[in-house]
Ligand binder design. Structure first.
Ligand SMILES: [Zn+2]
Length: 172
């Protein structure tokens, strides 16, 4: 691919296009200030940098980085990833994810893994009410990882069959 050139509107130097940050929403897909000018222009104190970072996390601009502070973000990011990978419908926003104190299915307290390494039975988990409707508005709720794993994507019939089988075995 041929590299184009463009003039920085700040330092007025003509530079290779790659010296400008990519901005997909901008008319020519690149920032108008070169990377060097942007870095100088954006110089902030460490306190300002921390504050800006917090704001970007809170606004959802930085999604994955906020996972530890905001469990809803983790659920949203996971669902989005799964939806993309598996071709499942997705139109959720952060406000659609409400984490109750307790699992609405098995009643245990919803608590994340304190080590942060992978889900534990009490971890909040996003459940699709009608699996085929996907991660869409009105079709999700937060349950425990335990309940979600047990249920998986079982249909009502399958769940009934599993229950009947469990009763049968218990009677032996
Ligand atoms: Zn410049």
């Amino acid at each position: 691919m041929e590299v184009g050139y463009k003039k920085c509107t700040k330092c007025l130097i003509c530079l290779a296009e790659t010296e400008f940050a990519i901005r997909p929403k901008y008319p020519n897909k690149r920032q108008s200030w070169c990377k060097k000018c942007t870095a100088i222009g954006a110089k902030r104190t460490p306190e300002q940098e921390r504050e800006r970072y917090k704001q970007r996390v809170a606004s959802g601009e930085i999604l994955n980085k906020g996972i530890k502070m905001y469990p809803q973000r983790a659920l949203l990011a996971q669902a989005k990833g799964r939806a993309k990978k598996c071709g499942i419908p997705f139109d959720l926003e952060l406000s659609d994810i409400v984490i109750p104190d307790r699992c609405p299915v098995i009643g245990i307290e919803l608590k994340r893994n304190p080590n942060g390494a992978g889900p534990i039975p009490s971890s909040p988990s996003l459940d699709r009410i009608v699996p085929s409707f996907g991660y869409t508005k009105g079709n999700v709720r937060v349950v425990s990882h335990r309940a979600n794993t047990l249920k998986s994507d079982a249909t009502l019939l399958e769940l009934t069959q599993i229950l009947a089988d469990a009763y049968k075995l218990a009677a032996i």
